[in-house]
Ligand binder design. Structure first.
Ligand code: PEP
Ligand code: MN
Length: 263
């Protein structure tokens, strides 16, 4: 179902009125996690002013350490919904567990399946049946074929509204958090009709690498970007080192416009 051989034209996914895929680049931005109403509102206002059209933030966070901040859960979803409604930004947020799918689907415009859950088949089936668009991150060590087959689970469960997200893979290189695989963008777009977005924040793990890799992703043909931004990255509860300052994000949005216009 995901194959271009079966469907030649690009799938356009509508997320709360914003189209992902097609001619316009979609930028999803926001903090890694919902920390407080104030933190989310201030950051979301800044990304909206800079031109982002979708808001991201996690209420359920998959943390490598069991002692890391794991998100505010249902309270976080409530904050997200309020801020999204207030600013008119559709929301993309992660769901980690099948038991949470229905209430996350009630609050969010798009359900994110995180890299760690790309091959959680029970979750893929549940999210596939939830009736919301899905953003499917590539697994930490997943091949492109495995990633496309994970997307196939969602389509097979009856959900055609799937967005693929390249967020870097684990390689032998420890200098960056992950290795952003930009080969995957034109390759996958040749294989599937689904839109492909790139997350250079998790793909690099290093703030100052995010702007150049965002531009590279656009040049490679990405349909959108997912970028972490925090009003005060030094105080972020998660992923501060890769989160852009709001003014850095604003500058990047200007540069993205120039590159998107050129390709
Ligand atoms: C995130 O988007 O904050 C996240 C946890 O991403 P990933 O699943 O790609 O690590
Ligand atoms: Mn993060």
């Amino acid at each position: 179902l995901v194959s271009r051989e079966l469907q030649a034209h690009d799938t356009l996914v509508d997320v709360g009125g914003v189209t992902i895929g097609g001619d316009r680049l979609a930028v999803v931005a926001g903090p890694c996690a919902v920390e407080s109403p104030d933190q989310l509102h201030e950051t979301a206002s800044a990304v909206k002013a800079a031109g982002a059209t979708l808001l991201r933030a996690g209420a359920y966070k998959p943390r490598t350490s069991p002692y890391g901040f794991a998100g505010h859960g249902t309270e976080g979803l409530k904050i997200l919904r309020e801020v999204g409604d207030d600013l008119g930004l559709p929301i993309v947020t992660e769901v980690m567990d099948t038991v949470d799918v229905s209430h996350v689907a009630e609050a969010a415009d798009c359900l994110q399946i995180g890299a760690r859950n790309m091959q959680n088949y029970a979750l893929l089936r549940a999210v596939g049946a939830a009736g919301r668009p899905v953003l499917l991150k590539r697994g930490l060590s997943a091949t492109i074929q495995e990633w496309l087959l994970a997307a196939e689970y969602l389509l097979a469960a009856g959900n055609p509204n799937v967005i693929l997200c390249e967020r870097g893979i684990r390689t032998f290189e420890p200098a960056t958090r992950n290795t952003l695989d930009l080969n995957a963008v034109p390759y996958v777009k040749g294989k599937t009709h689904l839109p492909v977005v790139v997350d250079p924040s998790h793909g690099t793990g290093i703030r100052d690498l995010v702007p150049p890799m965002s531009l590279a992703a656009v040049a490679a043909g990405a349909d959108g970007l997912m970028i972490e931004v925090h009003r005060d990255p030094a105080k972020a509860w998660s992923d501060g080192a890769q989160s852009l300052y709001p003014d850095q994000f604003q500058q990047l949005m200007g540069a993205i416009g120039a590159v998107a216009g050129a390709v």
